[in-house]
Design a protein around this ligand. Structure first.
Ligand SMILES: Cc1cc2nc3c(=O)[nH]c(=O)nc-3n(C[C@H](O)[C@H](O)[C@H](O)COP(=O)(O)O)c2cc1C
Length: 332
C-alpha cells in the first residue's frame, strides 16, 4: 500500500478529528499497532502562512508517528500552495486537503466542504499545490455538499487529474453532518473510477466493519469515532485480515490507555502563557475523549459522569484507576 512514494505499513488509518487526534493520542494509537497512517487535526493554511503559533502547534508531530499527513484547510490556491510548502518544510510525508468540513465557520471561507461546490476551483487548488511541493498531495472529501449535489465521483476524478496522489471519501454529505449513515456504495463508485488509491471513511465501529468495507474496492479505510471508542480497532482489523482472532483488550489495558494519555499530554511542550492552565487543558482533553471512550462500556455513563466531575488530575487518575483497575492510586 503506497501513496506516491510513501509506503504505508497497513491500509488502516486514524481519520483526522479536530480536537481529538492530537500528537499524544496518535502516538498512543500507533503504539497499539495496526495503524498505517496518521493525519493531523485540520490546520489553517492562513495560520501556517502567517506563522501563528497556535496553528503550528496543531501541525506538530513526532517521528514515531510516521508516515504522517498534515491536513490543511483553505480555499485560496496560492495560500494553499504556500502552506503546502511549509508542511513539506516541516518534514511531513503527505499534505492532505480538507474538502469535507461542514462547519459554517470553515465552509464560509470557501474552504472545507464548500470547495466541493466549486469543483473547478477545488481542482485549481490541488494543481497549485502539486506544482509547489514534491510530497504527495491528497484530498479528503465528503459524498458532496447536499443530497442534490453528490459530486464526489466527478470531483475525485478532477483532483486526480490535477495531480492528487490519493483521495478519501467520507460517504455523507455536508448537509448530513454526522446524521444518517455513510454511503459506501458511493465510496465504491469513486474507487472504481480512479487509478490513484481511494480510502473510505464512515461508520466503522467494530474491527469487522473495517474488513467488510475493504471489500468495497477501496485501498484503505480511515477510522474516526471507532478509534476514539476503541484505540485497538486498527490492530484488531489487522488481526482479522490476517485470519487471526481479533486480540482481546482487558479493562486494565483500557484504563492504562487513559492514564498513559494523561502522562503524554502532561509532557507536551507548553509555552509560559499556557503553563498555568496546563492541568486544566489536560482535564478538558480527557473529558473530550471520555465522551467517546465510555460509549459501549458497561457502566460507561457512570464513568463519563465521574470524569466530568473530576476537578484535578489526581482525582481524574483515581476515577480512571477505580473504574478500570479497581485500584485507587491517589497520590494526594
Ligand atoms: C470530532 C470529529 C472531528 C473531525 N474533524 C475532522 C477534521 O479535522 N478533518 C477531516 O477531514 N475530517 C474530520 N472529521 C471526520 C472524520 O475524519 C471521519 O471522516 C468521519 O468521522 C467519519 O468516520 P467515522 O464514522 O469513522 O467517524 C471529524 C470527525 C469527528 C467525529
Amino acid at each position: 500500500m503506497q501513496i506516491g512514494k510513501v509506503k504505508l505499513p497497513s491500509p488502516f488509518a486514524i481519520a483526522p478529528m479536530a480536537g481529538m487526534t492530537d500528537t499524544a493520542f496518535r502516538r498512543l494509537v500507533k503504539r497499539h499497532g495496526g495503524c498505517g497512517l496518521v493525519v493531523t487535526e485540520m490546520v489553517s493554511s492562513e495560520g501556517l502562512v502567517r506563522g501563528i503559533d497556535r496553528t503550528l502547534e496543531y501541525a506538530e508531530y513526532t517521528e514515531e508517528e510516521r508516515p504522517i499527513a498534515i491536513q490543511i484547510f483553505g480555499g485560496d490556491p496560492e495560500k494553499m500552495a504556500a502552506a503546502a510548502q511549509i508542511v513539506e518544510g516541516m518534514g511531513a510525508d503527505i499534505v492532505d486537503v480538507n474538502m469535507g468540513c461542514p462547519v459554517p465557520k470553515i465552509a464560509k471561507h470557501n474552504a472545507g466542504c464548500s470547495l466541493m461546490r466549486e469543483p473547478e476551483h477545488a481542482a485549481s487548488v490541488i494543481a497549485a499545490m502539486t506544482k509547489a511541493v514534491k510530497i504527495p498531495v491528497t484530498v479528503k472529501m465528503r459524498a458532496g455538499w447536499s443530497e442534490e449535489e453528490r459530486n464526489a465521483p466527478r470531483l475525485a476524478r478532477m483532483v486526480e487529474d490535477a495531480g492528487a496522489a490519493a483521495v478519501t471519501v467520507h460517504g455523507r454529505t455536508a448537509a448530513q453532518s454526522y446524521s444518517g449513515s455513510a454511503d459506501w456504495s458511493l465510496v465504491a463508485e469513486v474507487a472504481e473510477h480512479l487509478s490513484i488509491p481511494v480510502f473510505g471513511s464512515g461508520d466503522c465501529l467494530e474491527p469487522q466493519d473495517v474488513i467488510d468495507r475493504m471489500r468495497m474496492g477501496v485501498e484503505g479505510v480511515l477510522v474516526g469515532r471507532g478509534v476514539l471508542r476503541n484505540p485497538w480497532i486498527l490492530a484488531q482489523a489487522v488481526d482479522l485480515s490476517a485470519g487471526r482472532e481479533a486480540r482481546p483488550v482487558t479493562l486494565a489495558e483500557r484504563g492504562q490507555f487513559l492514564l498513559d494519555y494523561i502522562e503524554l499530554l502532561l509532557a507536551e511542550r507548553v509555552d509560559e502563557a499556557r503553563a498555568a492552565s496546563h492541568d486544566r487543558w489536560v482535564i478538558n482533553k480527557i473529558r473530550a475523549l471520555g465522551s467517546w471512550y465510555t460509549k459501549g462500556l458497561e457502566n460507561g455513563s457512570h464513568l463519563r459522569t465521574a470524569i466530568n466531575a473530576a476537578e484535578s488530575l489526581p482525582h481524574l487518575r483515581d476515577v480512571v484507576s477505580q473504574f478500570f483497575l479497581s485500584v485507587p492510586i491517589s497520590i494526594e
